[in-house]
Design a protein around this ligand. Structure first.
Ligand code: NAD
Length: 360
């Protein structure tokens, strides 16, 4: 088992990665919450069908358990699902001594964390992430649901008590979700150092060939990169915004595709290539972008922007980004690998990078 300590201004907790983590979590709960009244599992219904019964069975041996099943994907982050979850909690006597356990990918982590942060003014929660992407979302305490006018617009900074990654759950992940998760691993490498990036590019040749050791190593290093940034800036007053590398154009693409129609990670991958192209022109980044794109395509990422999705639509999306200043999109660029900076960019420059992406 591997372990990374996340130390933020409001809380310090462990992220544990390994196999057979449910027993580990039960021991943790017994020690840290000896008076826990109920375990409230908030789960992705699809993940629950695959892995839920054995998970719940282990918990039921030691605790009183109630389970709320949320729809998969972004539907989990709607006002409707949030209200339904709260209703479930109230009807099943979840009280202030209860503990929420989030069981699913990033969407469930965001929903369950937000439910925990607001239910009876806040009860503790634990993350049990089941996607690779959630190595990013389960760490750092950003929890949120979506508003029809924008993603993650209603939320809190609310740290979990602990995070338990069981690698066995990844065996059922579809290829597209593996690629989605790896986009965030690659993002962490870009924000960290060239060696990490080169190691991933050297070792990751196909989704089918991923092995447990390499995957664990990538998760640990990705979580360490995120943990380091979050420990210095829990509430995104400054450097935490660097974690948005690839997200300005990426979120615009994801939102214009209709949430759920393109994975978050694939959108971020397109956004990172966009930001790398900008970085070469704007921040003097020396980087072999062609080879990177060749590698990314060989892995199976679909980088196509449909012609029906105009630059103007994406530009509106980029302006709506939370980092925008006076209506001008602000980007995380790289001066070097591991040296991010923020820059506001003129529309004409954005149009050139958009042309570049459309020619890929
Ligand atoms: P997700 O939770 O929607 O899961 C993706 C799909 O994979 C779903 O259909 C789900 O049912 C399925 N799935 C999950 N685990 C599975 C498994 N083990 N086997 C088979 N199928 C499985 O998406 P995600 O990619 O994990 O996370 C994306 C979400 O995370 C977005 O809402 C994004 O905004 C959020 N996010 C949050 C943060 C943060 O800091 N809070 C950071 C990054 C992303």
């Amino acid at each position: 088992m591997k372990q990374v300590t996340i130390q933020t201004a409001s809380k310090t907790y462990e992220v544990k990665i390994g196999v057979g983590m449910t027993d580990e979590m039960v021991s943790f709960i017994k020690v840290s919450f000896p008076d826990v009244s109920k375990i409230w599992i908030i789960a992705d219904e699809e993940v629950y069908k695959l892995h839920g019964s054995s998970f719940k069975e282990v918990l039921e041996r030691s605790f009183d358990v109630t389970t709320y099943l949320a729809p998969k994907g972004e539907k989990a982050k709607s006002f409707h699902t949030y209200e339904e979850a709260i209703t479930h909690g109230l009807k099943h006597q979840v009280d202030r001594k209860s503990l929420v356990v989030a069981f699913g990918g990033g969407a469930i982590g965001d929903l369950a964390g937000f439910v925990a942060s607001s239910y009876m003014r806040g009860i503790p929660f634990i993350g049990v992430p089941t996607t690779i992407l959630a190595h990013d979302s389960a760490v750092g305490g950003k929890v949120a649901i979506n508003h029809p006018l924008g993603k993650n617009m209603v939320g809190h900074f609310y740290q979990p008590e602990g995070v338990f990654f069981d690698l066995r759950y990844f065996s059922s992940l579809p290829k597209i979700e593996v690629l989605s998760g790896f986009a965030e691993v690659i993002k962490h490498a870009f924000l960290s150092d060239l060696r990490f990036l080169n190691e991933i590019m050297h070792s990751f040749k196909s989704v089918e060939d991923l092995n447990e050791k390499f995957l664990t190593d990538c998760l640990v290093r990705g979580i360490e990169v995120k943990g380091k940034i979050v420990s210095k800036d829990e509430k995104e007053s400054n450097i935490r915004a660097f974690l948005n590398f690839g997200h300005t154009y990426g979120h615009a693409v994801e939102s214009a595709s209709g949430y759920g129609n393109r994975t978050h990670g694939e959108s971020v991958m397109i956004g990172m290539i966009f930001a790398l192209h900008l970085s070469k022109g704007h921040a003097g980044l020396a980087f072999d972008l062609d080879s990177f794109i060749h590698w990314v395509k060989s892995l199976g990422y679909n980088l196509t922007i449909p012609s029906s999705m105009s630059f103007d639509t994406l530009f509106e999306g980029m302006k709506r980004d939370k980092k925008s200043l006076n209506g001008k999109p602000v980007f995380v660029l790289l001066k070097n690998i591991g040296e991010p900076l923020m820059a506001d960019i003129e529309e004409e420059e954005l149009r050139l990078s958009d042309d570049f992406i459309r020619r890929l």
